[in-house]
Design a protein around this ligand. Sequence first.
Ligand code: TXA
Ligand code: MG
Length: 314
Amino acid sequence: MTVETILRPYDEEAIADAAERILAGECVAIPTETVYGLAADATNGEAVARIYEAKGRPSFNPLIVHVNDFGEAAEIAEFDCVAEILAEEFWPGPLTLVLPQSPDSPIANIVTAGLSTIAIRMPAFQPMRELIAASGRPLAAPSANASGKISPSRAEHVMATLYGKIGLVIDAGGTVHGLESTIVAVEADHLRLLRPGPIDRTQIEAVTGLELRDANDGKIEAPGQLESHYAPTKPLRLDAIDAEEGEFHIGFGDIPGDASLSPDADLVQAAALLFDALHHAEADEDCDAIAVAPIPNEGLGAAINDRLRRAAHD
Ligand code: TXA
Ligand code: MG
């Protein structure tokens, strides 16, 4: 699918245009202080699915949610006192915190790819802050590059790989840091550095007085902590035209199942509902297994199938 891509300089009208598109479920490229992000309404699953479609990403990774103030963040994630200290010290700025998601968080399941934790940050750069304010939504935003390409620090870099894939790129020149935010997971009694970035590890250790461990240092984890992929506990069967006894059948297109990802065979809708459907099937006490109808392996279907295959093997 090719769309007309408009490149416009950052000003008030550009932000108003971007906010209108965000509320209509589009994704738009906008700079933060780290890199240009491809932003969509984090409460709208189909809008977030379009990020994956535009990037041509062959798999679902959890995305970072961007907010403007601490009150908004606290509606989405649970802050313990260490997380509060980090937010107080480094926000707004290039630090992303991975925290437990609030039970009544408004964020669509596709944003966290089904995980119970959520990555959240408060950006410092004015264009992104104005877009969050103008749209009145938390924004999910990965780097604004096609899958497999390097992160963009200028609007031209975005145009080089996403031209024809997204409707709007806002140009506010080169970004301040030019690399992605530092990501820290806040756990029971320690911190974990999931991605190094502009905020240095020594700064984080200094303000918290806690050890900052590396992402995979082999230490024993409490169950359920730091899962990198959501996987249902029930066995999962793919390409299921019919369900067997005891299976919850997730349908698609002509196959209705017990619940359908998309009766119209719309892959954007299916991607948006995938993790909801898996959680739903998982919670159904009458079923001890999950079967999923065939999904075509094109466009977003490749990412959906990748996720289902992992869930089937985990
Ligand atoms: O600077 C940045 O952080 C940029 C700008 C646009 O804000 N965004 C960015 O997003 O780099 P992205 O999607 O390219 O990187 C998100 C990273 C991924 O490596 C993902 O695995 C990790 O965050 N992540 C997100 N949620 C997570 C979670 N619940 N647990 C562990 N890792 C998570
Ligand atoms: Mg990236």
